[in-house]
Design a protein around this ligand. Structure first.
Ligand code: PEP
Ligand code: MG
Length: 538
C-alpha cells in the first residue's frame, strides 16, 4: 500500500482502478512549404472542423454536465476565432514558409507561455485552454482522432494534466475521479469535477506502473492510496456507502419545487463568492443566486477591477444561470475584509467602522464603476442589485441619486443597459430592521443578513472567538426582527428573504416558512437538505 499526498480540489471518495490517460502521441515537424497560401487554407479548413467538433461536443456536454460544460467549449470556440491567435499562425506560415501544424503548435506554446506568466490566477489557468485548442487543431491537421477512456468499468483517471475538452469528451459514467500531477484550483477540470460531483486531486506524483492498479481517492484529505490493504478498502467502502446513501436521498429532490404540502412556495437560492462557485450552484439545483458577494472580485486582485472585468464576471454568472434570478450585492469591504489598495485608515473598531455602502457613498467613483458594470450586465440575464449595511433612508436616497446619474451617463453614451433592474437592500443592522416599514416603500426587496444583524443586535464582534458562547443567533431579538422585517415588506407588497448563515439553519427552516419568509439563500450544499424540509411541511 502506498499513500501519495496531493491537494484536494473536490471532496468525495472513489474506489477503482487507475487509468493513466495519455494524450494522443503525435510529433509536430517543421516542414518547408512552397505554397503558404495553400497552407493557410489547410489551417482555415482545420479550424472550421475544430469549431464544428466543438459544437457537437457542446451538445454532448450539455446533456452530461449542463450549462457549465457548455461554457468551457464556448470559450474554446471563441479562442479559436481570436484574431491575435489566428494572425500569429498565419504570420508564421507566411513569413517562414512552414507547415500549418508547426505554426499552430508554435503559436499555442507562445500563447500558453504568455498566459502562464500573468499574475492573475484565472489568466494563468487559460494557458491550458490555449494548449488544448492548439492540440485539437494539430490533431485535425494530422488526421488524428480523439482518444478517450476505453474499457467498460469506471476508472480513476490519472494524468499529467487534463484539458477541459478532454475531460468533457470522457464518458461521464466511466470516470470515478480526476487525479492530476499539474493543474490549478481554478481550472475547468476542477469546476467540472464539482459539477460532476466526483472527487478530484492535483499535485499527485504518480508513476506509470500504477496504470490498471486498484486505488482509493480520498478527496477530502487530498490522498491517493495505491494498492490499499483489505482493511483500508473496507473502511473506505463503508464511508463511500454512507456518502452515496445521503447523496442519493437528496438527488431525488433535484428539479423539484421547494413547496410545502399546502402549496406555499419558497425561493431557495444559493450564496456565492464568484464564478467559481457556479458549478456547485447548478449541481445542487439552486433556484437562483440570492447573494453574490461581489467584494471577492476586489479581494482577488492587486488593484480595482475595471468596469469591463466586472461586467464580464456578472455577465458570466447571469448567462450561466440561464434566466434564473442572480442577486449581486455591491461592494462590502471593510471590517474583516480589508483590501490594501483601498488605503483605508486603521480603525480601532472596524466592525462598526468605514465599510460597505459607507465607502461607496464616500467614494462614488468606485461605486459608479460597479453600477455601470451591473446595469450593463443586466442585459444578459435576470440580474438584481442589493446594497449592504443600510442604516437609513438617506443612504437609500443617495444610492438612488448616484444610480440615476450612472444610468443617465450610460444613456448619453449610447451603451446598452437594463433600465428597470430589481433593487433591494440588506437588512443587517438593527436600525434598518426597525425602520423597515419606511425602507420597504423605497426598495423592491429585503434580504436579511443575519451574520451582521446578530453581531450588531447582540453587541458581539463576529470575529472574536472569545464571544462564541454569547453568540446566539436564535436569540428572540433576532427572530422577532426577522418576523418584523418580513411583515413590513409584505405590507408594501415587497418580498423578504434571508441570506445570512441562519438561513441555512435547518432547525429553523419550518419557523422561517411559517413567518412568511419568501426566500432563503444558503451555501449550495444546503439547498437540497432545506428543500427536503420544506417539502415535508404541511
Ligand atoms: C450577513 O451579514 O449576514 C451577510 C450575509 O453578509 P456578510 O456575511 O458577507 O457580511
Ligand atoms: Mg453582512
Amino acid at each position: 500500500m502506498k499513500i501519495i499526498l496531493g491537494k484536494s480540489i473536490f471532496k468525495g471518495i472513489a474506489i477503482g482502478k487507475i487509468a493513466i490517460y495519455k494524450k494522443d502521441d503525435y510529433v509536430v515537424k517543421r516542414e518547408h512549404v512552397n505554397d503558404p497560401e495553400e497552407e493557410i487554407k489547410r489551417f482555415e479548413a482545420a479550424k472550421d472542423k475544430a469549431i464544428d467538433d466543438l459544437s457537437k461536443l457542446r451538445d454532448k456536454a450539455f446533456k452530461e454536465v449542463g450549462e457549465d460544460g457548455v461554457a468551457i467549449l464556448e470559450i474554446h470556440q471563441i479562442m479559436l476565432e481570436d484574431e491575435d491567435y489566428n494572425d500569429s499562425i498565419k504570420n508564421i506560415i507566411t513569413n517562414e514558409s512552414v507547415n500549418a501544424e508547426y505554426a499552430v503548435a508554435t503559436t499555442g506554446d507562445n500563447f500558453a507561455e504568455m498566459f502562464s506568466a500573468m499574475d492573475d490566477d484565472y489568466m494563468k489557468a487559460r494557458a491550458l485552454d490555449v494548449k488544448d485548442i492548439s492540440e485539437r487543431l494539430v490533431k485535425v491537421l494530422l488526421g488524428h482522432t480523439d482518444s478517450g477512456i476505453t474499457g467498460d468499468d469506471p476508472v480513476i483517471v490519472v494524468a499529467d494534466d487534463l484539458g477541459p475538452s478532454e475531460t468533457v469528451q470522457m464518458d461521464r459514467d466511466k470516470v470515478l475521479s480526476f487525479v492530476t500531477r499539474y493543474g490549478s484550483k481554478n481550472s475547468h477540470t476542477a469546476i467540472l469535477a464539482r459539477t460532476m460531483n466526483i472527487p478530484a486531486l492535483i499535485d499527485i506524483d504518480y508513476t506509470e506502473d500504477m496504470d490498471g492498479v486498484l486505488a482509493i481517492v480520498d478527496g477530502a484529505e487530498g490522498k491517493l492510496i495505491v494498492e490499499p490493504d483489505a482493511e483500508t478498502i473496507l473502511t473506505y467502502r463503508e464511508k463511500l456507502n454512507e456518502e452515496l446513501k445521503s447523496r442519493d436521498m437528496l438527488k431525488e429532490l433535484k428539479n423539484k419545487e421547494t413547496v410545502t404540502k399546502s402549496g406555499r412556495k419558497i425561493n431557495l437560492y444559493a450564496n456565492i463568492g464568484g464564478i467559481k462557485d457556479l458549478a456547485s450552484v447548478l449541481q445542487n439545483d439552486a433556484e437562483g443566486i440570492g447573494l453574490f458577494r461581489s467584494e471577492f472580485l476586489y479581494l482577488a486582485g492587486s488593484d480595482y477591477p475595471t468596469e469591463d472585468e466586472q461586467f464580464q464576471a456578472y455577465k458570466t454568472v447571469a448567462q450561466n444561470m440561464a434566466g434564473k434570478k442572480v442577486i449581486i450585492r455591491t461592494l462590502d469591504i471593510g471590517a474583516d475584509k480589508q483590501i490594501d489598495y483601498f488605503n483605508l485608515d486603521h480603525e480601532d473598531n472596524p466592525a462598526m467602522g468605514f465599510r460597505a455602502i459607507r465607502i461607496c457613498l464616500e467614494r462614488p467613483e468606485i461605486f459608479k464603476t460597479q453600477l455601470r458594470a451591473l446595469y450593463r450586465a443586466g442585459m444578459h440575464g435576470n440580474l438584481a442589485i442589493m446594497y449592504p449595511m443600510i442604516t437609513s433612508l438617506e443612504e437609500v436616497r443617495k444610492i438612488k441619486e448616484i444610480a440615476a446619474n450612472v444610468k443617465e451617463e450610460l444613456r448619453e453614451q449610447g451603451i446598452p443597459f437594463k433600465e428597470d433592474m430589481e433593487e433591494g437592500i440588506m437588512i443587517e443592522t438593527p436600525a434598518a430592521a426597525i425602520i423597515s416599514d419606511l425602507l420597504a416603500k423605497e426598495v423592491d426587496f429585503f434580504s436579511i443578513g443575519t451574520n451582521d444583524l446578530t453581531q450588531y443586535t447582540l453587541a458581539i464582534d463576529r470575529q472574536n472567538e472569545k464571544l462564541d458562547p454569547f453568540y446566539n443567533a436564535h436569540h428572540t431579538a433576532i427572530l422577532r426582527m426577522i418576523k418584523m422585517v418580513v411583515d413590513n415588506a409584505h405590507k408594501e407588497g415587497k418580498w423578504a428573504g434571508i441570506c445570512g448563515e441562519l438561513g441555512a439553519d435547518t432547525t429553523l427552516t419550518e419557523e422561517f416558512v411559517k413567518m412568511g419568509v419568501d426566500e432563503l439563500s444558503v451555501s449550495p450544499s444546503f439547498v437540497l437538505p432545506i428543500r427536503k424540509i420544506v417539502r415535508n411541511m404541511d
